[in-house]
Design a protein around this ligand. Structure first.
Ligand code: MN
Length: 338
């Protein structure tokens, strides 16, 4: 094959983080929704899919490499898994992020041809998070992972500016990944168990991305690069309608938070990169590639939540315009991989 296969949204957790989630859930996870429902079946599983995910997510060695080899994945871009450290108090979250970054950087040093990593931060301590981004870059990590909302708050809020400033100044792509929605958004989805990856995750993360866009974050930070998984969390499918309704709303002047000066699609097509994590479905991938162009869409598996063999096999059947870009070049360019 003329190109390598880089999977760009692959998850890991430290055993310490797994333990901290267990304790948080036992304590009732104040201010969080759905953690017990989503994660107990993984954290406490004694067999089946849950136990497999739990064992695979903490491994940064032979188990992971074996699955990559079997599936034909040459390299993983690895990041801290949902719900990340954002569910903890600022001090606990910041400390767990530092530890996760040290562990991940060490794994990358051991397997530089197979692993690249993104840094973890605790946005609930924005200035500390910005400093950790600088340290993570120094450790060789290639971006930063934020598992969507932080206690129901989003990165367009003024208090998070240090994080956006640091991402732009350090030239670190900011990966926005789903996690269980805040309580108010969770309730009607939870009633029918539609709050997870089947539907709710993408809804909440798409809202996060659109909040950044309409509030003018990319006017303030024009070089900020944001990555969305799951084929852009549905946003590409909506772009035309979003543009028209945004233009109409702006003209009416009824929505003071709509401060972005350009059409939402312009930011989406300039500041965003997408991965195909868990969505290597032929018509959807080709549609998204048509909308965002062949330079912004990257292959991903969503290991260990999705099956590496299944996702690579599905992806292999897709007639992407330029497989070398989809599998390798776009990831190398975005994450500055050697
Ligand atoms: Mn994922």
């Amino acid at each position: 094959m003329a190109y390598k296969k880089i999977a760009t949204e692959e998850a890991f957790a430290t055993p310490e983080l797994v333990e901290a989630w267990k304790v948080l859930i036992e304590d009732g996870a104040p201010g969080e929704a759905g953690l017990d429902h989503h994660f107990s079946r993984i954290l406490n599983a004694t067999g089946g899919w849950g136990a497999q995910v739990r064992d695979q997510v903490v491994d940064l060695g032979e188990v992971r490499l074996g699955i990559m080899d079997a599936a034909g994945v040459d390299m993983q871009v690895i990041a801290i898994t949902a719900p990340g450290v954002q569910v903890f108090d600022a001090e606990t979250g910041s400390a767990l992020a530092v530890q996760a970054n040290d562990v991940l950087a060490e794994a990358v040093r051991k397997h530089p041809d197979r692993f690249a990593g993104l840094g973890a931060i605790a946005p609930q301590a924005p200035k500390t998070a910005a400093k950790e981004m600088e340290r993570a870059k120094g450790l060789g990590l290639k971006g930063v992972m934020v598992n969507s909302h932080t206690k129901g708050e989003y990165l367009d809020a003024a208090s998070y500016r240090p994080i956006l400033e640091a991402a732009e100044a350090l030239d670190l792509p900011l990966y926005l990944h789903p996690r269980p929605a805040p309580p108010a958004m969770m309730a009607p989805m939870f009633e029918r168990h539609l709050d997870g990856a089947l539907w709710g995750f993408q809804t909440e993360t798409a809202v996060h991305a659109l909040r950044l866009i309409v509030t003018g974050v990319f006017d303030a930070f024009p070089r900020l690069r944001v990555v969305l998984g799951h084929l852009g969390e549905g946003v590409p499918f909506w772009l035309d309608r979003i543009d028209r309704l945004y233009a109409r709303g702006r003209k009416g002047g009824a929505y003071p938070h709509w401060r972005a000066t350009r059409r939402p699609s312009e930011y989406f097509l300039e500041n965003f990169w997408l991965s195909s994590s868990g969505h290597n479905w032929d018509p959807a991938v080709r549609f998204v590639e048509e909308v965002v162009g062949e330079d912004r869409l990257m292959f991903a598996v969503d290991y260990p939540y999705d099956d590496s063999m299944e996702q690579t096999q599905q992806a292999a059947a897709i007639a992407v315009k330029n497989p070398e870009k989809f599998y390798e070049r776009n990831a190398r360019n975005l994450f500055d991989l050697a």
